[in-house]
Design a protein around this ligand. Sequence first.
Ligand SMILES: Cc1cc2nc3c(=O)[nH]c(=O)nc-3n(C[C@H](O)[C@H](O)[C@H](O)COP(=O)(O)OP(=O)(O)OC[C@H]3O[C@@H](n4cnc5c(N)ncnc54)[C@H](O)[C@@H]3O)c2cc1C
Length: 290
Amino acid sequence: MKAVKFDYKRPATIDEACCLLAGDHNARILAGGQSLIPMLSMRLSRPSLLVDIAHIAELTQFIETDHHIEIGAMVRQAVAQVNPLVKTHIPLLAKALEYVGHLPTRARGTIGGSIAHADPSAEIALVAITLNAEITYQDGEDDVVFDASDFFIGPMLTLAPPSGCLVRTGFPKAPAICGTGFHEVAPRRSDYALASAAAQISASVDGRIEKIDVGVGSVGDFPERLKVDALLTSDLGDDTISQVLHAAMADIETVEDLHASAAYRKRVATELAIRAVRDALNEIKKGTRQ
Ligand SMILES: Cc1cc2nc3c(=O)[nH]c(=O)nc-3n(C[C@H](O)[C@H](O)[C@H](O)COP(=O)(O)OP(=O)(O)OC[C@H]3O[C@@H](n4cnc5c(N)ncnc54)[C@H](O)[C@@H]3O)c2cc1C
């Protein structure tokens, strides 16, 4: 089946793109096309205008600020995966990107496209929520900034302004002493995950654990952060980690579909979150940040 007929524009600036979007409420942004093109072909998406943002140079930048690495929406996933700023300052994202699709899809797919598309299984969205990234849209002439923890509201559903363009995602820089862990289960390597978990733990110079961020993905309508503050005042022993993660996952509603039962997702995501926390603690113990 082929896509419905649509007009095509290729703006050179964000302002131009936002003008085009404001002028047609049935317009759609085309970024890497790895999700949109299949949807067009299956007529799950029927825009009257495609706004191709691939030629807007402003959207391909990495900007380092005091506390964040801002990644432009059109940065290809494969480019982010090998970028020194990402590898040094957002090790959790560098780890998760290995699991996003295949190298050919990562060569086209973008960081912004994955966030805007909001697939519940998206590894990039899981990292954004676990680290509480800042997601910036331009809507007309205004910037609209969302915390990732508020942005995702349902499967492929977000708080994005209907005629807005996602311009950048600000990931908090990892503290100097920190460890990360990322795990997922998928039918085949690089398939969409059935369950996934991410963790980042930071410590003070004397080794005291200061912050623990844990998130799970592919289990509900969107990735979710887990309430694990109890670990901060605990012995961080294996039994304690298991108890706290099981208690935290008890609050998470998991979904059932053709691929996996809700009980399976809850059990596997809990196990993966335990492994991710252990990996992060081991990295701190060994003083190795992979
Ligand atoms: C074989 C295959 C395997 C895959 N496996 C995985 C996987 O394991 N994990 C995973 O997370 N993804 C996977 N993907 C999807 C891939 O990561 C896509 O790249 C991503 O979902 C969408 O990004 P894109 O840049 O390709 O966006 P597009 O496909 O161009 O757009 C996706 C949607 O986001 C909107 N959009 C894009 N950019 C913006 C913007 N800047 N502002 C506002 N709206 C915007 C578009 O209008 C569209 O609705 C896979 C894809 C394929 C083809």
